[in-house]
Design a protein around this ligand. Sequence first.
Ligand SMILES: Nc1ncnc2c1ncn2[C@@H]1O[C@H](COP(=O)(O)OP(=O)(O)O)[C@@H](O)[C@H]1O
Ligand SMILES: [Mg+2]
Length: 239
Amino acid sequence: MSGPAEREEAEADGHPPLVEAIAAGIAHEVRNPLNALQINLEILEEEISEIVPDRNDHVFEVIGKIAGELRSLDNFVTEFLRFARPPRLNRQAVAVRPLLADLVTFVGPECSRKGVSVSLAVEGGPETVVVDAFQLKHAVLNLVLNALQATPKGGAIAIEAGGDDRALEIRVRDGGEGMSEGVLPRAFDAFFTTREGGTGLGLPIARRIVEAHGGRLDLQSREGEGTLATLSLPAAGAA
Ligand SMILES: Nc1ncnc2c1ncn2[C@@H]1O[C@H](COP(=O)(O)OP(=O)(O)O)[C@@H](O)[C@H]1O
Ligand SMILES: [Mg+2]
């Protein structure tokens, strides 16, 4: 659904409709065959396992590699579509603390697998905000995943919320590897990544979501010391 207000907003952020058209093409022409490949690979794996009972056989290693590549392609397409399609906001009044608590519950298992702790502190700021909860969560999730990827075992990620009655501030802090002076200015560039298997779309997507809400997303970072991502948005959504 896209009402005229959302439409205007989509165009106001300067994204050319061509990108949207390309996105629609990719969604159809790449995603469908990709899904078919994934399903057929599963069928193939089942049929081969009837002929080759040894799960350690080389053939399963090959299948595993193909499945892995298909997964990262699928992940890239999903991220690309999220980036190329202007965020259409479905705003509702949302309580801040439960939204962030949900997110912590969601990333908790992945953090503990890596031996990284994650904490949440909500102090001051609006209790509720009028936002698209799904999209805002996605934006914060991208920041938390980056923090997790940059943090070694034994490290910590802190999510803090604050601000005042008019504006909510969410901070994601890590004491991980940080960014060099060469990396930091490019971190928001689409497709810029220093990570193997990275898409370079996590931060641009997060920023677009936040800006669509009339807010801002900024990074401070020091190599070897860590990173602070600060997301601020008006309590009532876009001004
Ligand atoms: N918390 C962080 N600590 C260190 N580097 C970061 C952090 N967040 C982002 N970066 C840098 O910014 C780049 C772009 O991030 P992002 O847009 O999320 O794409 P991706 O995670 O796919 O690389 C990362 O590859 C990394 O170099
Ligand atoms: Mg990322």
